[in-house]
Design a protein around this ligand. Sequence first.
Ligand code: SAH
Ligand code: SF4
Ligand code: F3S
Length: 445
Amino acid sequence: MKNFFPDKVLSLHCDSLTKPTAFVRTYGCQQNFADSEQLSGLLQAMGYGFVTSPDTADLIIFNTCAVRENAEERVFGNVGALKKLKERNPNLTIVLCGCMFQQEATAFNFKKRFPFVDIIFGTANTGRFAEFLFRHLFNGEKICEPRGEFDTEFDEDKPVKREDKLSVSIPIMSGCNNFCSYCIVPYVRGRERSRSADAVVSEAAAAIAEGAKQIMLLGQNVNSYGNGFTRLLSQIDSLEGEFFLDYMTSHPKDCTKDLIDLTAQSEKITRRLHLPVQSGSDRVLSLMNRGYNRTRYLELVRYAKEKIPDLSLTTDIIVGFPGETEADFADTLSLIEEARFDSAYTFLYSKRSGTAAAELIDDTTADEKAARFKRLLEKVSEVGLERYQSYVGQTLRVLFNKPQSGKSRQGITVEAATNRDLTGTFADVTITEAKKVSLIGALTN
Ligand code: SAH
Ligand code: SF4
Ligand code: F3S
């Protein structure tokens, strides 16, 4: 919907003639953040301003994540807390959307439990937000539309309001076809669809022209980008200017040597490879339907580290998958030793109904899982600290997003001892000290 009568919305929505304001809170992954930038872009085009607290907003959006149970629980509590805002301001519009509400049962449950919510829709209906808001503001309708067909193509027409102009995220695809047995994403995001390379390259070029210093390409499995990921990356790599070129997430089963070779030659592609392994046990990997085994994963890691000596390897690990034995878990610990991850996101397995793993027998006790999780964290930080210490003495290129700190080309937080305000610039930093989650150094002349 392109013509939206912003003036009418303005006068309907609030008593005064001041701009109506919106507050957008995003849970979950970068994809959701990218969706929020589109929802905000639409609101901005309609005349909304933005506030950083829900207390004074005329419109509140919670864009939610369903990947683990604790992600859903947080939303429950936060939506409950909106009731008093609605009592204070009956003109407040409350919108719930995103992955949680693609699940019909959840959507209707929220509608019943939180009758003060105005609009609920799932990810398949993100493109209908303008229509829903219109129906609510003009006709007073309450909307609950969890279903809907996923688009078969990318809608290229949407305005975007970027949260961060320095580091710009660009979705190159959405959905997922992998059906890892534990994962809800394919159900709440639909099948994979890729944007045209032209659209992606021109969006990247425009962002760089406007001052972006980092381009982050997004997809659940960028390696299966329909029009050739390595080719797309090399097209963006050849754009003029200094910027870091990054991507999320790379699936080990589709990560090619071509991609690693391109990274090795490139001046811009970040020296970080986020390659979620999930488990070090072949038995568990196969139950997870990941499509690779330990040997293949480690081979890929060896190849990447050989070609790119300053590579920072990071990963995701799940502990307590149904039926995971002590021996399976020991395989995960030993894989961390062998792969030598700089850091890892660690998760306790969370049962998601509707997924294949939800049908498996899970006979590991919660205590046992908690104990494994603790051991996992210890191993990850032990190896991580050793890896971080290995940067001491090295000079890293850093993009400063704050006056004295930023991210290195490896994606590692670096703090520089300086009084200068380096925000928005690149500088070389010689590392003098490693901390748990960051490196400290001095500017190199
Ligand atoms: N598409 C990305 C991952 C997206 S979800 C990929 O395949 O790499 C991010 C991470 O959440 C996953 O890598 C996995 O480690 C974790 N995760 C997903 N589903 C989970 C579940 N049911 N329980 C615990 N962790 C889960
Ligand atoms: Fe989930 Fe697997 Fe798809 Fe990642 S690749 S989003 S873990 S199904
Ligand atoms: Fe969560 Fe949806 Fe992303 S479930 S991880 S926000 S795709």
